[in-house]
Write a protein that binds this ligand. Structure first.
Ligand code: HMG
Length: 389
């Protein structure tokens, strides 16, 4: 079978961030709990004019810069921050990007696992049609509510991947192992714009799923921890991935353990500043690693994708020669550095300014418009978007 995987990657977040030390001070918590205990230093804050659609389109624009759009046959959006219960957000994304009508656009949902499910569909698709490409995007805004334990793990952003049979960045191997079992760890009823979560239990389920899949992966492939140059995790907060890594490192020799720990830190660098972006989170870890570390061609990476509810997958991928030339570390660093810091009062105001879940019209605050695509508001129960000229 021919190689398939990721040819281009892009990333977008909002133009605002919250410093976790400021949040800790206002909530009366020791800042070290957020910075070290949870492992987050900043979180992107979304004004209502940035939603899963605008962030997805911005990440896709970043990934597709200078790219021929003609081979793109499908847009798959993994999200749990869907803007409509019926229509796929991918349809709005396609319009904002100016992609042709002859393509397919679908939204995929299963908590933070959605982008991985979309990726696997895309890989199968391009395996059968090697001249075609699929745009896969994970885009979300993680909202738990003001003054909740989950608040320190909120975030907003999207990662886009162009999947093809010319995987200039990463070849994805066909060795995934899966696990699904009902768990009441995290969910969001349709009436709520914030997730409900049994936080401590959710971390237990995550770790249990990782251990079961890692055991099965080793049994089915005959590989061990020594066969990997990096281990990536879905990062709801960086400490969560670190706990899972420690589980895997139990069988590693000291050199492997120290290399994998160092690379884990590189993979968590973007996430520490952006927060949980749910569906795109594992792929933000991938981007962070690839843009932060020089990996040799052929290096094998393990990827653990987890979505509450719960479903998980563990699979592997190999880095391609010259991958860095297809990425944009300077642009992404500039994007993070360019965000404006908001104080707690402004953050709380923005958090509460959410489009109503009722038929009334709603207008987004123009003062917070940023990025190449904006959600303008709701008129006559229809969402309105605009793109830069
Ligand atoms: P909490 O209960 O307030 O925190 O919230 P805690 O008391 O467990 O403390 C956190 C850590 O800080 C602990 O470290 C403390 O010891 C440490 P640990 O024992 O875990 O290693 N700590 C300190 N460290 C240094 N200095 C100090 C200090 N004080 C304490 N002074 C919780 C934590 C994760 C429960 C909360 O943030 C939460 O509910 N988050 C949301 C749920 C979540 O992210 N779950 C992760 C697994 S589920 C998942 O990944 C799926 C998800 O992305 C959704 C989806 O799939 O769609 C969420």
């Amino acid at each position: 079978m021919s190689e398939v995987g990721i040819e281009r990657m892009g990333f977008a977040t909002t133009g605002l961030f919250l410093d976790m030390r400021d949040l800790a001070q206002r909530r009366g918590v020791d800042p070290e709990k957020y910075i070290i205990g949870i492992g987050q230093s900043e979180q992107s804050v979304a004004p209502s004019s940035q939603d899963a659609v605008t962030l997805a389109a911005a990440a896709a624009k970043d990934a597709l810069e200078g790219e021929d759009m003609d081979p793109i046959d499908m847009v798959l959006l993994g999200t749990e921050s869907g803007v409509d219960a019926s229509r796929a957000g991918a349809v709005y994304v396609k319009e904002l990007l100016g992609l042709p009508d002859r393509i397919r656009c679908v939204e995929v949902k299963q908590a933070c696992y959605a982008a991985t499910a979309a990726l696997s569909w895309a890989l199968d698709y391009v395996s059968k049609r090697p001249r075609k490409k699929v745009l896969v995007i994970g885009s979300d805004i993680a909202r738990y509510g003001l003054n909740t334990p989950g608040e320190a793990t909120q975030g907003a952003g999207a990662v886009a991947m162009l999947v093809s049979s010319s995987p200039a960045i990463l070849e994805i191997e066909d060795d995934g192992v899966f696990l699904t079992a009902e768990a009441e760890d995290f969910w969001r009823p349709p009436y709520s714009n914030c997730a409900l979560v049994d936080g401590k239990y959710s971390t237990q389920v995550y770790l249990e799923f990782f251990s079961r899949l890692w055991k099965r992966y080793r049994e089915e492939t005959g590989r061990s921890i020594q066969d990997f140059e990096a281990f990536l995790f879905h990062l709801p907060f960086s400490k969560m991935g670190l706990k899972a890594l420690r589980e895997a490192l139990k069988e590693a020799d000291p050199d492997t353990a120290s290399m994998l720990s160092e690379r884990f830190e590189a993979s968590a660098a973007y996430s520490r500043r952006v927060g949980n972006i749910y569906s795109g989170s594992l792929y933000l870890a991938l981007l962070s690693l690839l843009e932060g570390e020089a990996l040799e061609a052929g290096s094998r990476i393990a990827l653990f994708s987890y979505g509450s509810g719960a479903e998980a997958e563990l699979f592997s991928a190999r880095v391609k020669e010259g991958y860095l030339s297809r990425l944009s570390p300077e642009r992404h660093l500039k994007m993070l550095e360019g965000r404006r810091k908001v104080g707690i009062d402004e953050y709380e105001h923005l958090f509460s300014d959410f489009p109503p879940s009722s038929p009334q019209d709603y207008v987004c605050d123009k003062r917070y418009f940023s990025g190449p695509f904006r959600f303008l508001g709701v008129k006559g129960q229809q969402r309105m978007y605009e793109a830069d000229e």
